[in-house]
Design a protein around this ligand. Sequence first.
Ligand SMILES: CC(C)(COP(=O)(O)OP(=O)(O)OC[C@H]1O[C@@H](n2cnc3c(N)ncnc32)[C@H](O)[C@@H]1OP(=O)(O)O)[C@@H](O)C(=O)NCCC(=O)NCCS
Length: 159
Amino acid sequence: MSSVRLRTAREDDYPTVASSLERWWDDRPVMMMLPQLFFRHFAATSLVAEQQDHLVGFLVGFPSPAVPAEAHTHFIGVDPALRVQGVGAQMYLAFFDIARTNGCDAVTALTSVGNVASQNFHLRMGFTALPAPDGGQVWPDWDGPGQHRVRFRRAIRPV
Ligand SMILES: CC(C)(COP(=O)(O)OP(=O)(O)OC[C@H]1O[C@@H](n2cnc3c(N)ncnc32)[C@H](O)[C@@H]1OP(=O)(O)O)[C@@H](O)C(=O)NCCC(=O)NCCS
């Protein structure tokens, strides 16, 4: 694999991300959860991965404006042709540094209940699933009626 480089996201990355988003998510209807505002207002703490100037991955994340010392990953995706080659991990390690630099001591993430690949990926990245009120891992209706989620948290060492 030729080298993959990371850089800070820009608003003008959005059309490229949007054009492949649902294919990367196995045709699931996720577009409504990633409107352009994320690439306008949170670009400075988000990342894209490029290979030969071609966008092959992105991570949208931000330090929480309201929850002290917590950063949140809203979306992370890698081109299906480059999966399980370390690109997602490379982006997460860089985001952990961004979170530390912003004074955070934890990173959180969510996955849909059926997205077992993402759950396994997050576990490999050192996240743990937060116990739901019933003691299991599924937070019912977390993102609205019927939108159940698995919530993850990973502690990061402060700078
Ligand atoms: C989840 C996703 C971002 C992972 O990216 P990736 O570049 O393939 O992940 P990496 O190669 O960096 O893998 C990091 C670790 O996770 C593991 N991993 C990655 N995908 C995995 C999978 N599907 N099942 C089990 N483990 C997996 C890798 O084996 C690796 O483990 P290691 O440290 O033991 O080597 C990618 O599969 C993807 O874009 N999926 C579709 C979008 C999505 O669901 N995003 C997450 C929800 S927002």
